[in-house]
Design a binder for this molecule. Sequence first.
Ligand code: MN
Length: 222
Amino acid sequence: MGLKEYRKKRDFRVTTEPAARATRAKAQRARIFVVQKHQARNLHYDFRLEWNGVLLSWAVPKGPSLDPSVKRLAAPVEDHPVDYAGFEGIIPEGEYGGGTVMAWDRGTWTPEVPDVDAALRAGDLKFSLRGRKLRGSWVLVRTRGFPPGSGKPSWLLIKHRDADASKEDITKTKPRSVISRRTLAGIAREGGGDVAKAAAGDPPASARPAAFAERARPLPSS
Ligand code: MN
């Protein structure tokens, strides 16, 4: 773990993603989680949990599901700096992850296990989320690999059955940025990115919004 791989993959003279600086001191405060919708070569949702001064990260191709009967593949990717949780914008084409990044959901998370490191080693991390879109109890569980037999470890992100479980397809009903209300296309347009490529990650209903709907609106100051 650590940020070596994160740094190695990026040229911070070119991308506006946060450079990895010293990690924050471990403090008794709520840990953050963020889900970044990322239209790169393929659309995916980067699911990140703050732990030990970094963001543990998984790429979830289909995004989280509120339906406990649905298991979503979550491929582990390199740890990211905690500052990355605030990133929304354009990664230049040709750079690692080139495309558009949206802060799709944010909030805090709480482990539901006594020892997070042991749970990660065992491949079974239970936790709860307090976000704007994702709430309640979840689990990340490691499987033997995907595709089966590939030997590549992968994880599944699954909603536990509780009051926050639902059949609602949250990626379709709530496709916009949690910090700016923008669509992927809106973020690309304002950031000088590839708008057509970004729009491919927006659901059809929001791909042709009225101009006012795409403008960034400030969050209520709370
Ligand atoms: Mn990504």
